[in-house]
Ligand binder design. Structure first.
Ligand code: SAJ
Length: 399
């Protein structure tokens, strides 16, 4: 094969399929044998529009094959997770073990690219490991960092059309990496060095996190000041140079709620706004849970009985089935702690069942509940007719 792709998850598999579509042989590697088997059957283990067809075709035509171990190739792509250790410190051990797994296969002029979101300096660290173990190759490999920036749900389109930032450890590496991506990417390819490319990925998501934190802070102020925050933001955004994002019940997902910590943990003294934004966005979820509890107590005092409560939405953002790092799920877990199950109707129209929560149909939930808390702005919720005697907690501008 020409390409070895290590990590066949949310980014690795779509990227492998895309490269294979261009009639380049890809050997995909994943530590999970079930994932490997699924892919070799031409099937997929994740939910992403159009990915199923791309993988099925690539496997059928023989351009994509999966295994649990790598083989020799010309290009090696590292697309493994970079999770968290305690104290919000990034864990690059998967990147390191993926690198060690291909060490003995590397030869002169090969291209080694990290795509995993990584702390600044990771590419240089991996280069040191490679050249310490394979000193005869020193300076003869092409080593680069190239982050992905696709939006889950639109991956197959964005993979091809988004611009990419490509940073090599030297000029030659950058050029080689650009030539590689040019084969299958239509977006512009921007040259830089590895450290800037690493930082760029972290900054993109931190920037969005900071902007959402500003909107969430406004929502806290407006709640006290008795001002409708959504109307306020809409009006402020009429200014030609103001563009405030939307407040919600917190920030979730695998990237925006995580990547800013990669900067904060390495540069704690300098990253004040980035760190505070994380705190505000986390606090917003806690605040929403407290609002539900307060509404419950007030109802109980007024009516002399416990209310039933509908929690509308569990996903980390509207119209998806992804519950990873979801603030809505956190809120549901928090308010359900110690509560009687019958008091709550949990609603998530994008999934059919959940191992912790008993799910209820959204129409039934809004008809039966005394208090309705909107946690995620799913399209289904926007047209619901809600009788005026219900108490509505609208955390996401359902209207
Ligand atoms: N959110 C708000 N208010 C807003 C916008 C979003 O509260 O105005 C919340 C969402 O509800 C969600 C969270 O933010 O909980 C994140 O959602 P998102 O749609 O902003 O982003 P993700 O996590 O789906 O994807 C992001 C994208 N990054 C940017 O837009 C800068 C995507 O391009 C990246 O590739 C992806 O992270 C990633 O993998 O890093």
């Amino acid at each position: 094969p020409s390409v070895v792709m290590i990590g066949l998850g949310y980014i690795g598999l779509p990227t492998a399929a895309l490269i294979a579509q261009n009639k380049t042989y890809v050997h995909g590697v994943d530590i999970n044998p079930d994932v490997v088997e699924t892919i070799n059957q031409g099937k997929i283990h994740i939910v992403e529009p159009e990915l199923d067809i791309a993988v099925a075709n690539a496997v059928k035509e023989g351009y994509l094959k999966a295994a649990t171990t790598p083989v020799e190739a010309n290009t090696y792509l590292i697309v493994v997770p970079t999770p968290f250790k305690a104290k919000n410190e990034p864990d690059i051990s998967f990147v390191e073990s993926a690198t060690r797994a291909i060490l003995s296969l590397l030869k002169e002029d090969d291209l080694y690219i990290i795509e995993s979101t990584s702390p600044i300096g990771t590419t240089e660290k991996m280069m040191k490991i490679i050249y310490t173990e394979r000193p005869e190759l020193k300076g003869k490999l092409n080593i680069a960092y190239c982050p992905e920036r696709v939006l889950p749900g639109n991956v197959m389109y964005e993979l091809v059309h988004n611009d990419r930032v490509i940073g090599g450890v030297d000029e030659k590496s950058t050029e080689k990496a650009i030539a590689f991506y040019k084969q299958f990417i239509k977006g512009d390819l921007h040259k830089t060095n590895a450290r800037t490319a690493e930082m760029c990925k972290l900054v993109e998501n931190s920037s969005r996190d900071v902007q959402i934190a500003f909107a969430n802070e406004l929502s806290l102020i407006c709640d006290k000041a008795d001002i409708n925050v959504w109307e306020l933001i809409e009006l402020a955004n009429k200014h030609p140079r103001v563009n405030i994002l939307q407040p919600g019940c917190g920030v979730g997902g695998h990237c925006i709620a995580v990547d800013p910590y990669f900067i904060v943990s390495d540069y704690p003294m300098e990253s004040k706004i980035i760190g505070t934004a994380r705190e505000i966005n986390n606090y917003k979820s806690f605040w929403c849970a407290e609002k539900v509890q307060t509404a419950k107590l007030e109802f109980q005092i007024k009516h002399g009985r416990k209310p039933s409560i509908a929690l509308m939405g569990l996903a980390f953002k509207p119209n998806i089935d992804d519950l990873r790092e979801s603030p809505a799920k956190y809120i549901a877990q928090k308010v359900l702690q110690g509560a009687n199950d019958e008091e709550y109707y949990i609603v998530e129209p994008n999934i059919t069942e959940h191992k912790i929560f008993k799910l209820t149909d959204y129409n039934e939930a809004v008809n039966k509940a005394d208090i309705i808390a909107f946690l995620v702005a799913h399209d289904e919720f926007k047209t619901l007719k809600i009788s005026s005697d219900k108490i509505v907690l609208d955390f996401c501008n359902i209207g």
